[in-house]
Design a protein around this ligand. Structure first.
Ligand code: XMP
Length: 510
């Protein structure tokens, strides 16, 4: 299998570069520049190496550097932005910085004939983001592209298969970015383009089957996509020796706990322990109104419940987590896993007795996880679901949480989701749900005055959930949801639609 190393120098697009490579069916892995040595790279047998961008200047002694021997390995290299300047600097060229030479944003690019640019017209638009630039190319290199302000927007040393671009081919604003990456992967590195997340998962299952044979594995199943797919992979590998503990904190969406149980225990035959801990959580949450306090209580209680179950099971050889690739800290400080808050059982290693942690999805992006999940027979309803926060409905009930309020919100939320899902107009929002505000307002039903809660509907479109835009849902969808909620859910007299984007608002209300 061809493998591309994305050597990370702190660029904001490192994940995106790996993503773009994998879209071409070539496996890519990101390593921090200070997490590998030249001999590691030689031993790993990469088909190519991509140096990412980064915020530094190569002349700053504190900036990230790498052993220049990497240029002599005979492995093709593509430098991007800072990665290009670093190649120039390592190979004896000159990098200069000047205010007037900085470029940011869409920029007209002119390219000369080159392997990377086979499918790129002479003039196109690229995405630039730099102050420093290569003012003198190293010996053996030649300039292959330029812009108005940047005399060397790309360079190459064909004999050593070293290529570099000052702009960012990985961002969609670069019109022919995909073609440039393809040029590197297929024409320069000679990759076959036969990598597939599903095949990869199948091979992993086979490997686990051999390695984990006879060993006990414990997994905290939240019912979310990641832990569900991790559970199926491990179940296929070790069968009965996998135990999944599903802590139902009573703050899940309507019918969700039962769906998880039905899917895993009955349909897939997974050894599942469902802990119905709603009462326990609710007791702890009584009288609590502050959002962060709610989150803390739920996170801690989750761990306590999981711990109690795990103790009953006794020693296990492996504790499994559904960590996925974007959760892994890649840059600078070494590739240690971020323990995701709450459902990924952060902090458990201290209190649960196990020999080793396994993370079957550590190499996968979210959409790859989904495609693996579907190919392993998980129902679409489970695999394609929208994200759901660990603390569940607790952060969608403003103010104190009571059993009644949970029920009210579950009903209102189920209606809204159903109406959005039924609608065929336009693209579906990336996340959509109902919120129970703690405001009560006057209404009229029949001839009687009512005084019920206001439910807020929230729907957003987003790429990464770091920013989000409120969705322009069709009025008909909003109308049907509003009418059904006020008619079918007791205690609700008003429905409002949240038209705030993030920032300044967040997606969740708490
Ligand atoms: P915010 O509200 O921060 O949400 O704009 C961004 C995305 O993160 C989800 N979210 C969480 N997920 N644990 C989670 O696993 C949490 O505590 C949590 N809080 C927010 C939210 O649903 C949205 O998709």
């Amino acid at each position: 299998m061809d493998k591309i190393l994305v050597l990370d120098f702190g660029g904001q697009y490192n994940q995106l570069i790996a993503r773009r490579v994998r879209e071409q069916h070539v496996y890519a892995e990101i390593k921090p520049y200070d997490g590998v040595t030249v001999s590691d790279i030689r031993a790993a047998g990469y088909s190519g190496i991509i140096f990412t961008g980064g915020p530094n200047s190569v002349y700053d002694p504190a900036s990230p550097h790498f052993d220049p021997e990497i240029l002599e390995l005979g492995v093709p290299i593509l430098g991007i932005c800072y990665g290009m300047q670093l190649i120039a600097w390592m190979a004896g060229g000159t990098v200069s910085g000047a205010e007037h030479s900085s470029e940011y944003g869409k920029t007209a690019l002119t390219v000369r004939p080159d392997t990377l640019f086979t499918d790129v017209p002479a003039s196109s638009i690229c995405w630039m983001s730099h102050t420093d630039y290569v003012s003198k190319v190293p010996e053996g290199f030649e300039i292959t592209a330029f812009t108005e302000k940047c005399p060397c927007a790309a360079m190459r040393d064909e004999s050593r298969k070293i290529y570099a671009v000052q702009f960012h081919p990985e961002v969609t604003h670069t019109e022919y970015g995909r073609e440039i990456l393809r040029g590197f992967l297929f024409s320069v590195c000679g990759c076959a383009g036969d990598w597939d997340a599903r095949d990869f998962a199948e091979k992993m299952i086979e490997r686990y089957r051999a390695e984990l044979s006879g060993k006990k594995v414990l997994l905290a199943l939240s019912g979310g996509v990641d832990s569900s797919v991790a559970a199926v992979i491990l179940h296929r590998a070790v069968g009965e020796n996998l135990t999944c503990v599903f802590v139902d904190h009573g703050l899940l969406r309507k019918g969700e706990g039962d769906l998880v149980e039905k899917t895993f225990r009955r349909e897939l035959g997974v050894n599942l322990i469902r802990v119905n801990a709603a009462e326990r959580f609710l007791k702890k949450l009584t009288g609590v109104t502050e959002p962060e306090h709610k989150r803390k209580i739920i996170g801690e209680e989750f761990i306590r419940v999981f711990e109690a179950e795990a103790k009953k099971i006794g020693h296990v050889h492996y504790l499994a987590q559904g960590t996925i690739y974007p959760d892994v800290i890649e840059s600078g400080k070494g590739a240690s896993a971020v323990i995701k808050s709450h459902h990924n059982v952060g902090g458990l290693p201290d209190v649960i007795s196990f020999d080793e942690l396994i993370e079957p999805l550590r190499d996968f992006f979210k959409d790859e996880v989904r495609s693996v999940g579907l190919s392993l027979g998980l129902p679409e309803q489970l695999v394609m679901r929208q994200p759901f926060p660990g603390p569940g409905l607790a952060v969608r009930i403003v103010g104190e949480i009571t059993e009644n309020k949970i029920k009210t919100l579950q009903e209102a939320d189920a209606i809204f989701r159903e109406e959005v899902e039924k609608s065929r107009a336009g693209a579906k929002p990336d996340q959509y749900f109902a919120v129970l505000t703690d405001t009560r307002t006057v209404g009229v039903m029949g001839d009687a005055r009512t005084y019920g809660y206001a439910v807020a509907l929230r729907a957003v479109s987003t790429d990464d959930f770091m920013t989000a835009e409120w969705s322009r849902l069709p009025y008909e969808v909003l109308e049907r949801a509003s009418s059904r909620i006020t008619n079918e859910v007791p205690g609700v007299s008003r429905v409002v639609y949240d038209i705030s984007s993030k920032p300044p608002a967040t997606v969740e209300w708490e």
